[in-house]
Design a protein around this ligand. Structure first.
Ligand code: AMP
Ligand code: GLY
Length: 425
């Protein structure tokens, strides 16, 4: 198959790394790509927002399958337009991507189909949102309805903080994404991410992971897109996985079918494992970044066959194996992130890190300038390691970090702390 991969992050480098191993692959193209993806794919200059240009490229290069990495093109309906042009694509159509594109949509679906999640209200009016928050009291969670790059959520420990977040949303801090606000019950417990592949009808449990959203050690400081992750998440044992499939994932697949908008692609459930069992925090309709990096490192199967089955149907018949090891990734970000990152600092030592057995460095925001590798975004590298325990994977990943020479970058030093503490008992 000729495959066209869309995206430019660490997630897409990990996907290209996994796709390159598939016996089904003839040639891989990618756009916009990054220097890591270029190890596995021919990078092409196609503007992703221009669906006509994407279709024209696919026809010119006889592309058999398009893999869409990030959420924005899914919510913009790229899969709809490709399929309408006769080009097979991995990921949900626009109507199904609403599971990520609108938090209110997902909350209403959960309410209608008895999928466990926190209580909530949806508001387009500031005074009504404030009245609801006052009536419920803190702690309480305020969310911009639409896509806000992970930054539209405030977990308010005081009522004043909640009122401030409501004011921010309605004053346009998140643009159109904040024109509607969801005010939601605070859920207490351990967070986990769970990934399933869906073909519209069947769901295949993939794996679990835990992300680290805050920028600083000890889960302090502002929220980010994710500063590191590991897989599997010890809290998601076989029994909890079965519950999540039965109580959350399969009812969602059935609900989307019942509504006439079957979901295909990756269903990424953000979960809170509470004293009352697993509850859905939110859905994403794509692989997580950096969770994908640990998933693709552990996958011992053919990602292209899995993604094709998600699009064509028959996921219940495709084998999927996982290495019985922990994978852990440490995100290295440019100074300034999650505010304005400093671009242009030089990165050295990637070969040295990759030479450590069990270490793989994925590129996110990097670019080549002549022979020099430069930082070109907020999250820049994902230093990933696999080992027989979380503690061992953590030690190996930080050995990879320490092999790098990049004064303009930083990382958290405690990725995996929760699971390491659990291993120590
Ligand atoms: P989201 O973008 O919806 O995943 O939210 C970002 C983060 O806010 C989540 O990863 C949780 O840590 C936290 N969060 C969101 N909703 C809730 C909730 N209802 N209760 C507690 N924490 C939440
Ligand atoms: N790491 C969280 C996300 O991809 O949404």
């Amino acid at each position: 198959m000729n495959v066209f991969l869309i995206g430019s992050g660490g997630r897409e480098h990990a996907l290209s790394f996994a796709i390159a191993r598939s016996p089904l692959l003839t040639k891989l193209f990618a756009a916009p790509g990054n220097p890591g993806i270029a190890e596995h794919a021919e990078l092409v200059d196609v503007r992703i927002e221009d669906h006509g240009a994407v279709i024209a490229f696919c026809k010119a290069k006889a592309i058999d399958f398009v893999v869409v990495g990030p959420e924005a093109p899914l919510v913009a309906g790229l899969v709809d337009d490709l399929e309408a042009a006769g080009i097979a694509a991995f990921g949900p159509v626009k109507a199904a991507a609403q599971l990520e594109g609108s938090k209110g949509f997902t909350k209403d679906l959960c309410a209608e189909f008895d999928i466990p999640t926190g209580g909530y209200g949806r508001f387009t009016d500031r005074a009504a949102a404030e009245a609801y928050a006052r009536a419920k009291g803190a702690p309480i969670v305020v969310k911009a309805d639409g896509l806000a790059a992970g930054k539209g959520v405030t977990v308010a420990m005081t009522l004043d903080e909640a009122l401030g977040a409501i004011a921010d949303c309605f004053s346009g801090a998140f643009g159109a994404a904040g024109a509607e606000v969801v005010v939601e019950e605070f859920l207490d417990g351990e967070e986990a991410s769970f990934f399933a592949l869906v073909d519209g009808e069947n769901a295949l449990a993939l794996a679990s992971a835990q992300d680290h959203k805050r920028v600083g050690d000890g889960d302090t400081g502002p929220n980010t897109g994710g500063m590191g992750a590991y897989s599997p998440a010890p809290v998601m044992d076989a029994a909890m996985t079965a519950r999540v499939m039965a109580e959350i994932i399969l009812p969602t697949v059935a609900a989307m079918r019942a509504r006439g908008t079957p979901f295909k692609g990756v269903l990424f459930a953000g979960l809170m494992i509470t004293a009352d069992g697993p509850k859905l925090i939110e859905y994403n309709t794509r692989f997580g970044d950096p969770e994908c990096q640990v998933l693709m490192t552990r996958l011992d199967g053919d990602i292209l066959a899995l993604m094709k089955a998600s699009r064509d149907g028959g996921l219940d018949r495709v084998p999927c194996r996982w290495r019985d090891e922990t994978a852990l990734t440490v995100v290295m970000a440019a100074e300034g992130y999650p505010g304005t990152p400093q671009k242009g600092s030089e990165i050295k030592g990637i070969e040295r890190a990759n030479a450590i057995a069990g270490v793989k460095v994925f590129h996110a925001g990097t670019r080549l300038d002549g022979g020099r590798l430069l930082a070109n975004g907020g999250r820049v590298l994902n230093v990933t390691a696999t080992a027989s325990s979380v503690a061992a994977a953590q030690a190996l990943a930080y050995a990879g970090v320490d092999a790098l020479d990049w004064p303009g970058g930083f990382c958290r030093r405690d990725i995996g702390w929760r699971a390491v503490a659990r291993e120590r008992g």
